[in-house]
Design a protein around this ligand. Structure first.
Ligand SMILES: [Zn+2]
Length: 712
């Protein structure tokens, strides 16, 4: 047998020393370029040159798979989508910061520090404070072992966060291996190092993401922080990679491995520097990105000057910032000061007050929702507000509108409620043009011209044409297909609008008779997408009765009530036969909801619709009938994880069943988990359960465990 044959038998050819050296050199070159590009913003290679080097490395690694290492730049997106995020313990608690809102509070905070006195021998450790811009992102903990990134976690509740390692690996500015470019004067990297900082979504990436969300018919994100948090918690790292996140690091300490601490590390952090300022310099030397705005300050007056300077300037930065973090520079002093229950005493955050601006109202538009509620919305001359362009602001309802008396042509003050939702605060009456009129309450629906009305005791104005109003029909169909109802993939607002425009859809039942030929008549609809849509619609027929009840949009019936109803009356026939009294007796339902359900079910239109849905093959039963009518304490004290596809129960049904019988359904496997109920295609949770020796149950085991004790 010659060498080539041997190699092909082994599955992976053996690389010679020259090849290994070449791979090492390529990786170093790519890592350095990455650092220059993402961290220093000073690239020396063109994109084409970088791509050529990258492809060269990919080619060699494909030929010699045994050479692939975790820190290879080709491995940033290597992981398959996961089923859920696992929870991990922080070796050292991740605290949040206390806030100050004015100079007096800042001085009071500083005085408490000065009262505690800096250790005299460390008087040289000046300046006293460091002010850094507070980035509006997501706190992250990174652990490096022997210089390699081994774990990344969210803050979570401070003690426990979620493992987001695979996603964080996709962030270009986070090094997979440190130091990125070893220099003679860079401090040695501890064997185990924890680095902390903030993951942010740059404004440009946020705008791009929301545009693509809109095009795809998906809901836009409210702000970069939400979008960033959503992106970093994606189950598929490829999605995180596409979201162009960035990271700024501000803290570091060494750790020791521990066999006894549940986090796997000794909870006493070891300093890597003498001052906070040095820590930032050290982080930069190792290859991390640190805050661009960081200023040493001797006094709180100096701090105030920085705060004032950046109040306006922060809006020109490529990411959102909502304040300034002020830290005691000297780390020995930090340790002496310690922590309160919630936050460190040696640091605080200045919060900039929410931004207010004036703009002009073009007109007041009306929007009609699923239940016919007509909401007045101010259409504004676009204005930059807390980092985003605001063009619409809800006026909530006509009572509110009348109170604020907002008119077309008015100059108004706007802000973002909770820094997120644009809102009109008040009108500048001095600037009101002479010829304006108050906005009257509409007597007709702006979409279908039907009469408007108010339900007793409600402020909302509604369109009375419940069945025929195009706006209501559209949003009801969107609701039917939505995640919380029938969860039909590939069927979003844009497609529903197209179907309505082409008269292919009237009520939810029409989804189930759509054909590929019909879908292909729609603009921009390809064969493959049509098949995906039809498959998703077919799949939704298996949704249990509770989902159908949510989808129908019965007044007062959300996910929770729907489950209560269908657990007590597990088929549509039983539910229809139940009296209003019987419905009201269900724990958590009550007479008001019962009356609404009864009224809805008795309408002839409802009965026709339900008959039609049954003919079309929808599941109008709840699968957990046998055990669900009565709760028990059979699972009391048990934390149970459900993973994979179970033979008969949906995951949320199984979890509801566990709850009903006194157990606690949990999402991630830990030492405290009592059992893991495993179905088909179970992923990492099964592996973890096996490694922790946690009992593995089938669906049958779960049902048996409940039956054993019998309903109480
Ligand atoms: Zn209408």
């Amino acid at each position: 047998m010659d060498l080539a044959q041997q190699q092909s038998l082994l599955g992976s050819p053996v690389a010679g020393e020259a090849i290994q050296q070449q791979v090492t050199a390529l990786r170093a070159q790519l890592a350095e370029h990455n650092h220059r590009y993402y961290v220093l913003d000073a690239p020396t290679l063109t994109d084409a040159e970088y791509d050529a080097l990258y492809r060269e490395l990919v080619t060699i690694e494909t030929q010699y798979p045994s050479l692939v290492t975790a820190d290879s730049p080709t491995q940033r997106v290597g992981d398959e989508p996961r089923e859920g995020l696992t929870s991990v313990r922080h070796p050292v608690r991740m605290m949040s910061l206390s806030n100050v809102f004015n100079k007096e509070e800042l001085d009071a905070w500083a005085q408490r520090l000065l009262d505690a006195e800096m250790p005299p021998s460390d008087e040289a450790a000046t300046p006293r404070f460091v002010a850094e811009l507070k980035l509006d992102g997501l706190a992250v903990s990174l652990i490096y072992e022997n210089g390699l990134l081994t774990r990344a976690a969210t803050r979570g509740n401070g003690k426990q966060g979620e493992d987001i390692t695979a996603n964080v690996r996709t962030i270009g500015s986070i090094p997979l291996k440190i130091p990125v470019t070893p220099a003679a004067d860079s401090p040695p990297v501890p064997e185990v190092l924890e680095v902390r900082g903030e993951i942010v979504m740059p404004n440009a990436a946020f705008i791009k993401l929301n545009k693509s969300q809109e095009t795809a018919g998906l809901k836009p994100f409210a702000n970069p922080r939400n979008a960033g948090a959503g992106s970093v918690r994606q189950l598929d790292p490829a999605i995180t990679a596409a979201r162009q996140l960035d990271a700024y690091l501000y803290a570091a300490h060494a750790l020791e491995q521990s066999d006894t601490d549940p986090s796997g590390y000794n909870p006493s952090p070891i300093n890597v520097a003498h001052t906070h300022w040095q820590t930032l310099e050290t982080l930069a030397a190792w290859g991390f990105k640190t805050n661009a705005v960081k200023v040493p300050c001797a006094t709180t007056d100096d701090v105030m000057a920085v705060i004032t300077e950046w109040d306006a300037k922060r809006h020109d930065l490529p990411m959102m910032s909502d304040g300034m973090v002020i830290k005691t520079n000297h780390i020995g002093w930090q340790q002496r000061l310690g922590f309160t229950a919630k936050s460190p005493r040696w640091a605080t955050a200045w919060k900039y007050p929410p931004e207010m601006k004036t703009t002009v109202v073009n007109e007041v538009l009306l929007s009609v929702g699923r239940t016919g509620v007509i909401t007045p919305v101010a259409d504004l001359v676009p204005v930059q507000l807390s980092g985003t362009t605001v063009q619409r602001a809800s006026l909530h309802n006509y009572e509110e509108l009348a109170k604020k008396d907002v008119r077309a042509g008015d100059t108004v003050w706007v802000h973002k409620a909770a820094e997120i939702i644009p809102e009109v605060i008040k009108v500048e009456l001095d600037k009101r043009p002479a010829d304006t009129l108050p906005i009257p309450e509409p007597t007709e629906c702006p979409i279908c011209q039907a009469e408007t009305y108010r339900r007793e005791g409600e402020v909302a104005l509604r369109c009375s044409n419940h069945m025929g109003c195009a706006a209501q029909v559209q949003s009801r169909l969107e609701h039917w297909a939505s995640k919380r109802a029938m969860d039909i993939d590939h069927v979003g607002p844009a497609l529903i609008e197209q179907l309505l425009d082409n008269d292919l859809l009237g009520g939810p039942e029409d989804f189930y008779t759509l054909t590929a030929e019909q879908l292909l008549t729609l603009e921009r609809m390809a064969e493959k997408s049509a098949q995906n849509v039809l498959a998703a619609i077919q799949l939704s027929k298996q949704q249990p009765l509770s989902r159908v009840l949510v989808g129908l949009g019965i007044r007062h019936v959300g996910q929770e009530v729907a489950l209560l109803l269908s657990q007590r009356f597990p088929s549509i026939e039983q539910l229809q036969a139940a009296s209003a009294e019987a419905l009201a007796e269900i724990d958590g339902v009550g007479p008001k909801v019962a009356a609404s359900v009864k009224d809805y079910l008795e309408q002839p239109a409802t009965q026709q619709r339900l008959t039609r849905l049954a003919e079309l093959g929808l599941t109008l039963t709840e699968p957990i009938n046998e055990l669900a009518d009565k709760g028990s304490n059979a699972l009391e004290g048990h934390s149970i994880v459900v993973t994979g596809t179970l033979p008969t129960l949906g995951r949320s049904d199984a979890e509801a069943l566990i709850r009903l019988h006194g157990g606690k359904p949990v999402k991630s496997v830990s030492k405290k988990t009592s059992a893991v109920v495993v179905g088909e295609n179970a992923g990492s949770k099964l592996d973890k359960a096996e490694s922790l020796n946690i009992p593995i149950w089938s669906e049958a085991d779960l049902l048996a465990a409940i039956k054993q004790e019998g309903p109480s």
